[in-house]
Structure formats: structure tokens, C-alpha cells
Design a protein around this ligand. Structure first.
Ligand code: G6P
Length: 474
């Protein structure tokens, strides 16, 4: 039985720490997710009775909610109390796909092709109503679970209206919001309908504290508040740049399954003239903002302009499925595959595959690729943080040169020791790849060491506790 005791610490996020799959025979299998929030929350220990509120994402989750009434069996969650919300599927789809992923994500990552989109009409207004309903369901569940004066940490763009709604229901609570994505410059933010742009800001300003990964995103947010509302009111603004979890990574990356993948990858990459080929590694979700296609075009330009690299380097690109309910994501996934195939047919030889592309998610293989990376390519057109940029230097065995977009949040902490690129500039990226491949070994090792130190400065546990402390101090 889950304890009914009111919680003193609560976390809310769309995606929870556990998900369920429903078998043909009606059995439910639970799987636990990883990520910064899961390990961050673990830092407060099991005795604090914290509750995590999240949404049912698919049928398996909905069935688990039906069987448990929404307070999940702690046997499935590693002891964590989890309240899962079964929001009607149509409402959920409108809020998650329509508003969060197709509108807010697009605004903050500057993804719209503005001649035709966005076009905010009646369909969007209906989706917006669903977004409000979905946010209200979270606010009500949090109000219901929280003890007197409890601290509530709300996560990300799915839940922008929750702080304001929760404040109205429970003025006694301490409410923090962490925004994981970039924040748009004001001229781009203004693409949103005026009333909705203001409603979102007011929703966030319902929090005592709103926090971001970097000063750049925090400043962009306050800029929008000043421009649209005349200021941020009483809400404090914080910056907590989530770091890589070095202890976890180092332990996990040396288990036998990763060693096995490492051997397989080395085999795929192969050798030339008796020396192992160099590896340019990238690992991403196949996400529009990750700029995988331009990364490949830069690699192709490198092979075209500097034939000396042919046969001597391999681009190891892992692009894992993401948000495949959205047509643009499916099209982008197909484009990534096409460009990789084109490069392989243009330059490939019987013994050399220039682009080794894997699209099936495999965490152990990702870690293996980090270990062997000579060059890490992280070139998003815009990114809240980007943890891959932080994780590769921690695990790379021979030292790696980091080619990093200046538009990634990680640039604020890693920029000095990376080779920094404008993500739209394919030629400059090709030049940076060449520079990375030819970087002097000592320089590379020294930079990797400094990158790893900067990358691990704020591990998830500290990241989480800092926010909790700051919220309690308000
Ligand atoms: C990335 C972003 C987060 C976001 C998450 C949602 O990790 O950095 O800001 O919350 O994607 O991904 P999902 O697969 O749940 O849509």
C-alpha cells in the first residue's frame, strides 16, 4: 500500500520515471527511465516521502492507472511514490503533440518555416483549450498531494501554466519551475498569439522561482516578460546548468554489454593502412533541432575538399527515433537516412563505410561510442543544454576534440575548450571537423580533461538539491 501521507517535496513532469507496456495476455510490464531528474530526485533519499506527478503516455500507462487508481505500485518505481494522471487521449494528444511539441518547442528552438507556419486558427485554439485542461489536471493533482508549505518543482514547457494554477489553489506552497529548453528571443516569441504569449508568461510567473540551464535563456525569458508584461513581478530567476553524472557514467560504461558493443563498433569502423580509422561521433534523438543533416553535409564536404581523409575516418551517427507521431519528424528521419546513404554510395569502398548510421536506440552502444570518439560532433541549431556534449569528454578514452554549436546551452560552460561553430555554416563545420581531426594529441588530452571537469561541475543530485534549497530560501 502506498502511504497517503502528504508530501513535502513534489516533482511534476510530463514523462514520469516509469512506463508500462500492456502484453497481449493483459500483463503489465514496467520499465524505469533514467535521466537527470530521476537521479536528481534520488538525492533527497527515500525517507522524505516525495511524490512525482506525471502523465500516462500510452495505453500501458493508462491501464496501470486504471488498476491502481493512479498511485502506482512502488514495487514498479524503485520505491518512488508516483501519481500518474490518466488524461483523456484526445486532450493529451492536443496538449503534447499540438501545443507542447509543435508550437512551444518550435517557438523556442526557432524551427518554424515562417512563410507558411505557424498559422494560429480555430484548430490551434481547440488545442490550446486542451493544453489548459492538461495543465489543470496537474495543478489539481499537486494541490491534492502536497502537504502544508511543501516545495513543488515543476518541469518544462509542457507545464507552463501549472505554477499559476497551483498558486491559485494553494497559496501556501513554494513553487519552482525549471525550463529545460532554450527561451526564444522576444521577436520570435511574439509569433504566438498575443493573449497566449502573455498567458504563458503569467503562468510561469505564478512560481516563486523560475530557473533555466543558462544565463542566456534566463535573460531571454526576462526580456519577454519586460516587453510583454512590464516585468517579472516577484518571481526570482535562477540558473542551474545541469551537468553530467560522472560516477554513474563511468560505472555504467564499463559493464560487459558496453565492452561488447565497443568491440562491434571497432569492427564496423575498421582500419586503414594498419591504423584504426578515426571516429567522428554524434548521438542524438532524431530531433529537428539537432541538425543531423547539416552535420552530415559538413562531413561530406570534408571528404570532398580533403581527399586525404577518405578511408581514414568514419562518421558514427546514432539518431534515435523521437516524436514519430509528428509528420515533420518522420520526414526528417527519412532525410537523415537519405543523406547518409548518398554519402556512402558516393564515397564508400568495399572496405569502408563512411557513415555508420544506427537508428535503433541502444544506450550501451551509445556509451561505447563515447569511449572511442576521436571527435564529438554536437551542432544543434538551438538546444537547452545538450548533455551529450558533456558526457563524451567524460568517457572518451583517447581524448576527444569537441565540435560544438554556439547555440547549445552547453556552450556557456564548454565553449572555451571546444571548436565552436555556427550550426548553419556547413563550410565552417567542415573546417572545424578537419581541425578536430588534426588536433595535436597533447592539446586534445588537456582540453578533454578541462571539458570533463566543466561538464561534471553540477551533477544531477546537486542540481536538484540546489534548486530545492533556493526555493526554500525564497
Ligand atoms: C528533451 C528536452 C526536454 C524535454 C524532453 C521531452 O529531453 O531537453 O526539455 O522535456 O526532450 O522529450 P519527450 O520524448 O518526452 O517528448
Amino acid at each position: 500500500m502506498v502511504s497517503e501521507q502528504a508530501a513535502q517535496v513534489l516533482v511534476a513532469s510530463n514523462r514520469g520515471p516509469v512506463s508500462y507496456t500492456l502484453g497481449e495476455d493483459g500483463t503489465l510490464t514496467s520499465g524505469r527511465g533514467g535521466g537527470g531528474l530521476v537521479s536528481g530526485l534520488s538525492a533527497i533519499g527515500p525517507d522524505t516521502n516525495a511524490v512525482w506527478v506525471c502523465a500516462a503516455l500510452a495505453d500501458g500507462d493508462r491501464e496501470a492507472v486504471r488498476r491502481t487508481g493512479g498511485r502506482l505500485d512502488t514495487g514498479d518505481t524503485g520505491g518512488q511514490r508516483v501519481r500518474m494522471l490518466d488524461i483523456p487521449p484526445e486532450v493529451y494528444a492536443d496538449a503534447y503533440n499540438g501545443v507542447a511539441n509543435s508550437t512551444l518547442w518550435f517557438v523556442h528552438h526557432l524551427l518554424f518555416q515562417t512563410p507558411l507556419e505557424p498559422a494560429f486558427g480555430a484548430e490551434f485554439r481547440a488545442q490550446w483549450a486542451s493544453y489548459e485542461t492538461y495543465n489543470r489536471a496537474f495543478a489539481e493533482a499537486l494541490a491534492d498531494e502536497a502537504g502544508d508549505g511543501a516545495a513543488v518543482l515543476i518541469q518544462d514547457y509542457h507545464l507552463a501554466l501549472v505554477p499559476g494554477m497551483l498558486r491559485a489553489l494553494r497559496p501556501d506552497l513554494r513553487i519552482g519551475l525549471f525550463w529545460h529548453t532554450p527561451w526564444a528571443p522576444v521577436d520570435f516569441y511574439r509569433l504566438l498569439p498575443d493573449d497566449i504569449g502573455r498567458q504563458l508568461l503569467r503562468g510561469i510567473l505564478g512560481a516563486d522561482r523560475a530557473a533555466f540551464h543558462t544565463h542566456r535563456w534566463a535573460d531571454a525569458f526576462t526580456g519577454c516578460c519586460t516587453e510583454l508584461l512590464g516585468g517579472t513581478g516577484k518571481t526570482r530567476i535562477g540558473v542551474h546548468g545541469l551537468g553530467a553524472d560522472a560516477d554513474f557514467l563511468r560505472e555504467r560504461a564499463h559493464r560487459p554489454d558496453v565492452d561488447e558493443r565497443l568491440a562491434e563498433l571497432r569492427e564496423q569502423i575498421g582500419e586503414h593502412d594498419g591504423a584504426p580509422r578515426k571516429a567522428i561521433v554524434r548521438v542524438d534523438r532524431t530531433e529537428l533541432s539537432k541538425n543531423i543533416v547539416r552535420g552530415m553535409l559538413a562531413y561530406r564536404q570534408l571528404l570532398t575538399e580533403r581527399p586525404e581523409w577518405r578511408e581514414r575516418v568514419t562518421h558514427v551517427a546514432f539518431a534515435y527515433p523521437s516524436r514519430q507521431d509528428l509528420t515533420v519528424y518522420r520526414d526528417y528521419t527519412a532525410r537523415v537516412q537519405e543523406v547518409a546513404d548518398a554519402i556512402n554510395s558516393e564515397y564508400g569502398t568495399p572496405g569502408w563505410t563512411p557513415v555508420v548510421l544506427h537508428v535503433k536506440d541502444d544506450f550501451a552502444r551509445s556509451l561505447a561510442s563515447y569511449r572511442l570518439a576521436d571527435v564529438a560532433l554536437v551542432n544543434p541549431i538551438r538546444d537547452g543544454m545538450n548533455l551529450v556534449a558533456k558526457e563524451i569528454p567524460v568517457l572518451s578514452e583517447g581524448g576527444c576534440a569537441l565540435v560544438l554549436s554556439r547555440e547549445a546551452g552547453a556552450y556557456e560552460e564548454l565553449g572555451e575548450d571546444a571548436l565552436v561553430v555556427n550550426p548553419y555554416d556547413v563550410s565552417a563545420t567542415a573546417a572545424a571537423l578537419h581541425e578536430a581531426l588534426t588536433m595535436d594529441t597533447d592539446d586534445r588530452a588537456a582540453r578533454t580533461k578541462r571539458l570533463a571537469a566543466a561538464a561534471t561541475a553540477l551533477p544531477p543530485q546537486r542540481w536538484f538539491l540546489d534548486q530545492l534549497d533556493a526555493l526554500r530560501a525564497v
